[in-house]
Design a protein around this ligand. Sequence first.
Ligand code: E4P
Length: 225
Amino acid sequence: MIYMLDTADIKAICKAVDLYPLAGVTTNPSIVAKENRPLKEILLDIRECIGPDRMLHAQVMAKDAETMLQEALALRSIDPEIIVKVPVTPQGIKAMKLIASEGILITATAILTPQQALMAAVAGAEFLAPYVNRLDNICSDGVAVAAEMVALIENYNLDAKVLGASFKNTQQVHQLALAGAHSVTIAPDVFDQLLVHPLTDSGVAGFVADWEGVYGADTNVLDVL
Ligand code: E4P
C-alpha cells in the first residue's frame, strides 16, 4: 500500500512524515485555499517538510488543456518532481496527453466513474483518484466503483495505480485496501484513526504496569540490560 496524506497543513504533514511510512502528500484547490497563503509558499513548505524523495501532488485550475499544460510546467518550475493533478473533464483528458508527453507524472482527479479512470489511464495518468466518500454520499458505492477501476487496470494491463481518495472513515480505507487499491490519500484525522483501538491502549498500559512493578517507573529495556 502506498500511503499519502491529503492536506496542506504543514504541522500535520511534518507529524505524519515523522510517524508513518508516508509516500507523499496530495493537495487540491480546496485544501490549498484553506491555508489562505501563496501557493508557491505552501508547496515549498510541504517539500521542505517531506524531503526530496516523497511525492507531492498539486492541481491545475485552467479550463482549457493548453493552459493546463502551462500550469503544469509552471508547477514543475517550482518543484521539478511535482505530480500534476488534472480533473477528468474532456479538456483534462486532452491536457493529460499533452502533460504526459512532457514526461510529467499525472494524477487524474475528481474521478467518479470507472470509465473516467480508464480513459485517464490510457491518456497517460500515473495515478487515478476516485472520490470514495463523495460517491457514498450520493447513495452510490465508492469502494465498489473504485474496485472496478482496479479490475480495469488489470484487464488492460495498464501501468496506472488507483489512488483512493475522499475518505471519511477507516472502514472505507480498509474496504478499498481489500479491493486491491494500489494507494490511498487520507486526511490527517482519518489517517490517525487507522491505528486506534482501545484494546491496544489498554494492552500497552498493562505491559507498562507489569514492567514498572518489577523494574521501576520510567525504565525501559536499555535501563535493565
Ligand atoms: C483527492 O484527490 C481529493 O483531494 C480529496 O481526497 C477529496 O476529498 P474530499 O471529498 O474530502 O474533499
